[in-house]
Design a protein around this ligand. Structure first.
Ligand code: ZN
Length: 195
């Protein structure tokens, strides 16, 4: 997501010293600012006239149903219950292919939806240390359980999807996920972003 060093330095100078007008591009604002500072720009100052660095990302949204409970929660969420989740997966890539894509939407769909269908949809997502909860669900037949290494809050589920799942399912695509948003209800979501 970060541009080459010259762009990073340029943006820092611009932000620190010059607001610019709204209709100027960032690179133009930078060049004007540099002239103001140096008064007599040398040839080297025009090194900053590199083309703007663009980053491209795509997103796809998926829905699934799952049960969980939060160990240690002070309210209703300590009980076994479920949500209609929506997960948004944001992906970026180093370059576009010959067609102009960083990743085909159908590939993104198949890989994400495939994993969600196999693991989370219509399952109970439970903390692997929630022995009482695991025993309760295991006592019913049939059952589907996904054991998480942390309490299954929206934050931890989104983090797990971004850090553990996405690197696996996108491994051979040349693209990578940098942000996941998990909606637990229409009003509440957790967002996890790689720095
Ligand atoms: Zn819940």
């Amino acid at each position: 997501m970060h541009g080459p060093p010259v762009s990073v330095r340029g943006i820092a100078i611009d932000l620190n010293g010059h607001a610019g007008s709204k209709d100027e591009s960032p690179s133009a604002r930078l060049l004007i600012h540099y002239r103001t500072r140096s008064q007599s720009p040398s040839l080297s100052s025009f090194q900053y006239r590199s083309p703007p660095v663009v980053s491209i990302s795509i997103m796809r949204r998926f829905s699934f149903c799952a049960g969980h409970r939060l160990v240690g929660h002070e309210g209703k969420c300590q009980n076994l219950h479920g949500h209609n989740y929506i997960i948004e997966v944001y992906v970026t890539g180093q370059k576009q292919d010959a067609v102009g894509r960083i990743l085909d939407f159908k590939q993104l769909k198949n890989r994400c939806k495939g994993w969600i269908d196999d693991n989370w949809d219509h399952s109970f997502v439970l903390w692997q240390e929630d022995q009482n909860g695991l025993d309760a669900i295991r006592s019913s037949e049939p059952h589907r359980i996904y054991e998480l290494d942390s309490n299954p809050t929206a934050e931890n589920m989104a983090k797990h999807f971004l850090e553990v799942v996405c690197p696996q399912i996108l491994a051979d695509t040349g693209a990578s996920a940098y942000k996941v948003i998990l909606w637990e209800s229409e009003e509440t979501y957790a967002e996890v972003t790689l720095d």
